[in-house]
Design a protein around this ligand. Structure first.
Ligand code: TRP
Length: 486
C-alpha cells in the first residue's frame, strides 16, 4: 500500500473542519442562495437543492476528500498519484486540471461580489445606505456598479488580500480566523432572523422558502439547484480536494463531511429566513437578481436599534466569509505551482494573481462599460458563473464519482474512508448509481433531450438507478479484469 507522505498538515484536529467550513460558507450561502431561490420561485427550488446536497453533494465531497488525502497534493497530482497506484489511465488527471480551472474561473467573478460586501461595510458607515425604500437602495446599488473605478477598486482590494493570505500559507491564518468568525456569523444571522421574525412578513417568507410548488420546476431550475449544491460546498473545483490533502491519516472523512455540509446548509437557510421576510414586508420582488441582499438588508438595519453598528458588523462578517472562500479557490493553483514547478508560495500567488486581476477586472466591467460585451448572450460575469456552476463542477463531480466508484481497485477507497461495512456500502451505492444518474438526468433534461420532468417522476429516477445498478454489476468485473491485464 503506497500512501503518500503528507507535506503539510492541519494544525489541529479541527483544522480541516474549520477550513472546509470556511471554504463552503461564503457568498454562496448569503448572497447566491437567496437570490437564485428568489429567481426560481422559492420552495420547489429549495427542495431540489436540498436533495442535491444529500444525494450528490455529500457523497461527492467524501470522495473528493478521500482522493485528496490518498494522493496528498494539488488536484492534478493527487488524482494522478491515486490513479497510478491503481495502474489506471493517467488521463484522469484532466479531472483535477478541470477542477483547478473551475476554481480559478469562479474566483474571477467571486472577487467582484466580495467587493460588494466590502464596499457595503464601508457604505453602512458613511451613511450612503440611509435610503428610505427598496427602490432607493436599488439605485444606490446601480450607481455603485455603474462606476468602474469604485467597483474595480474594491475587487482589486479583495484580490490582493486573498493573494496575500494564500502567499503566506493558509493553514495558520485560516485556522485562526475561523475560530471566531464562524460563531460570529452564526450569531449575526440568528439576530437577523429574530428581527425578521418580529418585524418582517415572517409567515410569507417561510411559505415562500418551504412551500413546494411543482409548477415552478423546470430543467433550468434543476440545473441551477444541482450547480448550486456544488458551488456552495466548494466541490469539484480543487478547494476541498487540496484541503483534504492536509488531513492527517486516521481522521474520519465521512463525519467531517457531514459537519461541513450541515453547517453550510444551516447558514444558507438562515440567510433565507433573514432576508425573505424583509423582502415581502417591503413589497419587494424576490426575483430582483444579484442585488437582492444589498437592496433589502440595509432597510432592516435602518429600522432596528443599533442598526448601523449591526449592519457594519454584518457586512464585515460577510466580507470575511467571502475572503476565506476566495482563499480556498486559489489554494489549489498555488499548491500546484509550488509542487509541480517549484515556485515558492508567494511567487505562485503573484503569478496566479496577475492573471486573476486581469480577468476579474474584465468581469467587473460587465456591470458598466462592458454590459454589452456578450458571448452566447451572456456577459463575462454571468458566463463565468454559468459555465462553472452548471457544467464544469457537475461534470467534475460525475467523473470523480465514476473514478472512485468503478475504476479504482476496491481496497483503495475502503482503506481511505475507514467506514463500517454498512457505511462503505452506502457510499459505494451513492457514487456508483445515485449521484452519477442524477447528474446525468439533470444534464439531459437541461439540454432538452428528456421530455418529462425526470426528478419529479421519481419512478424514472428509480428505474434508471436500478438499470444502472444491474448493468454496472454485470460489467464491472470485466472492466476490472481488463485493467489488471493492462
Ligand atoms: N462555497 C463557497 C460559497 O458558498 C464558494 C467557494 C469557495 C467555491 N471555494 C469554492 C465555489 C470553490 C466553488 C469552488 O460561497
Amino acid at each position: 500500500m503506497s500512501r503518500e507522505k503528507p507535506k503539510n498538515l492541519w494544525l489541529s484536529r479541527w483544522g480541516f473542519v474549520l477550513a472546509a467550513t470556511g471554504s463552503a460558507v461564503g457568498l454562496g450561502n448569503i448572497w447566491k442562495f437567496p437570490y437564485i431561490t428568489g429567481e426560481y420561485g422559492g420552495g420547489a427550488f429549495v427542495l431540489m437543492y436540498l436533495a442535491c446536497i444529500l444525494a450528490i453533494g455529500i457523497p461527492v465531497m467524501i470522495t473528493e476528500i478521500a482522493l485528496g488525502r490518498r494522493g496528498r497534493g494539488s488536484p492534478l497530482d493527487a488524482i494522478g498519484r491515486v490513479v497510478r497506484e491503481n495502474n489506471g489511465n493517467p488521463a484522469w488527471k484532466a479531472v483535477g486540471g478541470m477542477a483547478m480551472l473551475a476554481g480559478f474561473m469562479i474566483l474571477c467573478f467571486y472577487v467582484v461580489v466580495a467587493g460588494w460586501a466590502f464596499a457595503y461595510t464601508w457604505k453602512m458607515l458613511d451613511g450612503s445606505l440611509a435610503a428610505p425604500s427598496v427602490e432607493a437602495l436599488g439605485a444606490v446599488f446601480e450607481s455603485h456598479n455603474a462606476n468602474p473605478w469604485a467597483l474595480g477598486g474594491w475587487s482589486v482590494l479583495v484580490a490582493l488580500l486573498t493573494l496575500l493570505i494564500v502567499g503566506k500559507g493558509v493553514q495558520a491564518g485560516v485556522e485562526r480566523a475561523f475560530r471566531w468568525m464562524m460563531p460570529g456569523l452564526a450569531v449575526m444571522l440568528l439576530v437577523l432572523v429574530g428581527y425578521s421574525f418580529s418585524n418582517g412578513s415572517f409567515g410569507e417568507g417561510v411559505a415562500f422558502l418551504f412551500t413546494f410548488d411543482a409548477s415552478k420546476l423546470s430543467g433550468e431550475a434543476l440545473l441551477a439547484a444541482l450547480g448550486h449544491a456544488f458551488f456552495t460546498l466548494s466541490l469539484a473545483s480543487g478547494a476541498i480536494l487540496t484541503y483534504g490533502s492536509y488531513i492527517p491519516d486516521g481522521q474520519s472523512i465521512a463525519r467531517t463531511t457531514f459537519i461541513v455540509a450541515i453547517a453550510d446548509t444551516c447558514v444558507a437557510l438562515l440567510a433565507g429566513l433573514a432576508i425573505f421576510p424583509v423582502i415581502f414586508a417591503n413589497g419587494m420582488d424576490p426575483s430582483a437578481g444579484p442585488g437582492l441582499i444589498f437592496m433589502s438588508l440595509p432597510l432592516a438595519f435602518q429600522q432596528m436599534p443599533f442598526g448601523t453598528a449591526f449592519g457594519v458588523l454584518f457586512f464585515a462578517m460577510v466580507s470575511v466569509a467571502a475572503l476565506t472562500s476566495a482563499i480556498s479557490m486559489i489554494e489549489a493553483v498555488v499548491a500546484y505551482l509550488n509542487e509541480k514547478h517549484g515556485l515558492s508560495r508567494p511567487r505562485g500567488a503573484a503569478l496566479a494573481g496577475a492573471v486573476l486581476l486581469v480577468i476579474s477586472l474584465l468581469a467587473m466591467l460587465s456591470f458598466n462599460v462592458g454590459a454589452d460585451w456578450k458571448l452566447f448572450g451572456m456577459t463575462l460575469f454571468d458566463g463565468l458563473d454559468y459555465l462553472t456552476s452548471r457544467w464544469m463542477m457537475p461534470l467534475g463531480g460525475i467523473l470523480m464519482a465514476i473514478l472512485a466508484g468503478y475504476c479504482l481497485r476496491d481496497g483503495i477507497m475502503r482503506d481511505e474512508l475507514g467506514l463500517s461495512a454498512g457505511g462503505y456500502a452506502l457510499w459505494l451505492f451513492m457514487v456508483r448509481y445515485v449521484s452519477p444518474v442524477m447528474i446525468m438526468l439533470v444534464f439531459l433534461h437541461a439540454l432538452g433531450w428528456l421530455g418529462f420532468d425526470p426528478l419529479v417522476r421519481w419512478y424514472w429516477v428509480l428505474g434508471a438507478i436500478g438499470t444502472l445498478a444491474v448493468l454496472g454489476e454485470l460489467l464491472r468485473p470485466g472492466m476490472q479484469r481488463a485493467r489488471v491485464r493492462a
